[in-house]
Structures are given as structure tokens and as C-alpha cells.
Design a protein around this ligand. Structure first.
Ligand code: GLP
Length: 241
């Protein structure tokens, strides 16, 4: 694992945006693995200017997102599909049909998970997978105790994850408790992985992932197995290393 510690969140954001833009410049038809959350908000906001600066082509890319809440339709304002359309697809001018996410309101979520896993393989796999990290070490919605061999499936969210997500919903009872998420083995299949961590709240989870044992208690520690994984973090997130 390559660890890159930069002084500030702004530096992390800029570095990641440049990395992504260069990926698209080198291979315009890249298959990207995308993520959601506050960390990615900043990255996606920086991307249009960086794509222009690098002279990258974005129209030919395809993407697969890590996860989606079970029970939310794609037009729900808190669905990850809506998040990706408003923060990535529309500002960057990417045809939304090129951006895949699991369907949260599929009648049979387990079948939808299997379909999604197969669709990633049919697309030839993911060239570059972006990841954030949960305060409990989750990647995607692979909560602690997730199997290192897991594939796309339904996961029940831990109480701490539901609490962390509550800020986005009006009422606590509206916060979804289950998600369809790529599995840890699905993530490890990506040809390259870039994990972003910023802020002191991620310090403990990041230290466990990088310096702790490879353990199901820290899903992000699975990246220790990946031949081309980079962790990009600010000094606050690196504080416990
Ligand atoms: C959610 C997403 C994760 C993301 C995490 C951290 O749980 N499913 O993919 O990494 O949030 O989000 P943030 O960047 O807001 O801390």
C-alpha cells in the first residue's frame, strides 16, 4: 500500500482530482468505481476545473458506484443515484446512462446485487476505484465483520453508520438501515484503488486499516492485499499513524 500524507484537505482534494483527470486523459473509456459522501463531494466539485486543466475527455467513461440504499428510488433526494447525477453527471456533462448504481428499489434486492456484480464483470472490471472510509473502517457499506471474500450483496448498516448518515435525512426513522454494496472481493478486483481520508474523525479507522492486522473488524485493512492501492490523506487523518 502506498501512503501519501498531504498537509490539508484542499491538497488531498486537488491531488485526487488530478489523479482522476489524468486517468481519463490516458484512457478516456476508463471504467471508474465511484463513491459518495462528504469526502467525495469536495473531489467532485474540483473535478470540472481539473478535467479542463488536464485536457481530459470525460464523455467516454463509464462508472459503477460502490453502493445504494435499499428502499430508496433513484429520484429520492438522498439516494446515491441522485447524489451522483447532481454532483458528477450533470456538472461534468456525463450521460447518466453511463453511470451505473445498484437499484435501491429493485423488487428483489438480492437478485439486483447479483445482476450488478455481473454487470461490473461484463464491463471488463474497474480500472480505478475511489474509496472513502467510514469511522468504523467500512469501505462502500462493507461494515466490520464483512467477509474478505464478499461480493455485491445486501448489508445491514451498523447503528454507528445509521447515526452518521442521519445528518442527511429530515427524520431519524427515514434513515435507511440496509444497502446494496459491492463486496470486499469486488473492490479488490479493481485494477487500482485510491482511498481518500480527511479529518481527525478518520484517524483511528485509518490507523487500523494501514497498521493493524488484516482483519474483518477493519474492512479497509483488506486493501493491504491489493497490489496497487494508494491511501491519500491529510495530516489530521494521519494523526494516529
Ligand atoms: C458512506 C459511504 C462510504 C463513504 C462513507 C464516508 O458510508 N457508503 O462509501 O466512504 O460514507 O463518508 P464521508 O466522506 O462523508 O465521511
Amino acid at each position: 500500500m502506498k501512503i501519501l500524507i498531504l498537509p490539508t484537505v484542499e491538497a488531498v482534494t486537488k491531488h485526487a482530482a488530478r489523479r482522476l483527470a489524468r486517468q481519463l486523459k490516458r484512457k478516456p473509456h476508463s471504467v471508474l468505481g465511484l463513491a459518495t459522501g462528504g469526502t467525495m463531494d469536495r473531489l467532485y466539485a474540483a473535478l470540472p476545473a481539473m478535467v479542463a486543466e488536464e485536457g481530459a475527455q470525460i464523455e467516454q467513461m463509464r462508472s459503477f458506484n460502490l453502493d445504494e440504499y435499499v428502499g430508496l428510488s433513484g429520484d429520492h433526494p438522498q439516494s446515491y443515484r441522485h447524489y451522483m447525477a447532481t454532483r458528477f453527471g450533470v456538472p461534468l456533462g456525463v450521460d447518466l446512462a453511463r453511470m451505473a448504481l445498484p437499484c435501491g428499489d429493485a423488487p428483489d434486492p438480492a437478485a439486483e446485487a447479483a445482476r450488478y456484480e455481473a454487470a461490473i464483470a461484463e464491463a471488463g472490471g474497474i480500472d480505478l476505484q475511489l474509496l472513502g472510509i467510514g469511522q468504523n473502517g467500512h469501505i462502500g457499506f462493507n461494515e466490520p465483520t464483512s467477509s474478505l471474500r464478499s461480493r455485491t450483496r445486501i448489508k445491514t448498516l451498523t447503528r454507528s453508520t445509521v447515526a452518521a448518515n442521519a445528518r442527511y435525512f429530515d427524520r431519524p426513522e427515514d434513515v435507511p438501515t440496509r444497502a446494496i454494496t459491492m463486496g470486499i472481493a469486488t473492490i479488490l478486483d479493481a485494477r487500482e484503488v485510491l482511498l481518500l481520508a480527511t479529518g481527525a474523525a478518520k484517524a483511528e479507522a485509518l490507523a487500523a486499516a494501514i497498521e493493524g492486522p488484516l482483519a474483518a473488524a477493519s474492512p479497509a485493512s483488506a486493501l493491504q492485499l491489493h497490489p496497487k492501492a494508494t491511501v491519500l490523506c491529510d495530516e489530521d487523518a494521519a494523526a494516529a499513524l
